[in-house]
Design a protein around this ligand. Structure first.
Ligand SMILES: NCc1[nH]cc(CCC(=O)O)c1CC(=O)O
Length: 308
């Protein structure tokens, strides 16, 4: 049997699908990659916050799983909505790579604190974090796939471009990285740097087991469970400037640092808690409750109001 892999058609998405295919081949499974277009790929002139819908990068892939046309959907873990439909499940999370956001530029000496600097990003989280930590910088919209954004950088539409290191690395653009933003301040989005593999609940149980054994990285999985549990309580999607980063220590303790930042970068609530990895879901929920209770609820309300 051939495992059919649903993926978006962008170069980054195809890289991720090919990586999954490679791991499955090593486990003796045959694959076929099935690229498709999502709403998120079609609408490039508006920011994701404005499209608003959940699952803009995942829905078409999920529909193909439901119809049985494909067996697995491969996503950037960051793009997967916090609640998965009941007939589908997240089977595996691939080993996460460096989680940081980075700044790319053709200027080797780009200084982030230089007044008037223009940085490309369409992420509400990155915009707010930049306002907080680099108030002299302004931001400009940067939608589209990584190649499109890089072209805009090359054309001089921005001095620097803020991206997830993971995508930059996968596409081979590391030579343009001028700054690695510290993950303590520029805490990444839930799931950043990992690849999520989704299937229908009804997929053959023995096959599921084989696929999971070939693909899943248990430490990453535990971290992502905690981060995603946080996001579920925050009712976010990628349109809300929340952030969450879990790490797993050698003792099996999960540490979750997560929070929310107001659009102006001024209001900011974060929380760090630890718990055994087996309690990942409770940890995510507890951190979210703490954040909401200490002012996060008001920040969320003002973001929603601002959006209208
Ligand atoms: N929302 C777009 C998106 N989804 C996943 C990645 C990069 C890869 C990753 O974070 O795993 C990106 C681009 C970016 O944020 O720079």
């Amino acid at each position: 049997m051939t495992i059919r892999l649903a993926t978006r058609g962008s170069r980054l998405a195809l890289w991720q699908a090919e990586h999954v295919a490679h791991l499955l081949h090593q486990a003796g499974l045959a694959t076929e990659i099935v690229p498709m277009t999502t709403i998120g790929d079609q609408v490039q002139d508006r920011s994701l916050a404005k499209i608003g819908a959940k699952g803009v990068f995942t829905e078409e892939l999920e529909d193909s799983l439901r119809r049985g046309e494909t067996h697995l959907a491969v996503h950037s873990a960051k793009d997967v909505q916090s609640t998965i439909p009941e007939d589908l499940e997240l089977l595996a999370f691939l080993e996460r790579e460096k989680v940081n956001d980075v700044v790319l530029s053709f200027n080797e000496h780009l200084a982030l604190d230089k007044p008037g600097i223009v940085l490309g990003t369409s992420s509400t989280r990155r915009k707010a974090q930049l306002r907080r930590y680099y108030p002299e910088a302004t931001t400009a919209e940067a939608r589209g796939n990584l190649q499109t954004r890089l072209r805009k950088l090359e054309e001089g539409q921005y001095d620097g471009l803020v991206l997830a290191y993971a995508g930059v690395h996968r596409m081979g653009y590391e030579h343009l990285v001028r700054h690695t933003l510290p993950e303590t301040r520029f805490v990444p989005a839930t799931g950043q740097g990992s690849v999520a593999v989704e299937c229908a609940v009804g997929l053959d149980a023995a096959l599921k087991q084989r696929i999971k054994a070939a693909l899943d990285h248990p430490a990453t999985h535990a971290c992502l469970l905690a981060e995603r549990a946080f996001l579920r309580v925050m009712e976010g999607g990628c349109s809300i400037p929340s952030f969450a980063l879990a790490t797993l220590g050698g003792t099996g303790q999960l540490r979750l640092h997560a929070g929310i930042i107001g659009l102006s970068g001024e209001e900011y609530v974060d929380e760090t808690q630890t718990a055994p990895a087996a309690d990942a879901l409770a940890l995510g929920a507890a951190v979210a409750d703490a954040v909401l209770g200490r002012g996060g609820r008001e920040i969320l309300a003002s973001i929603r109001e601002h959006r209208g």
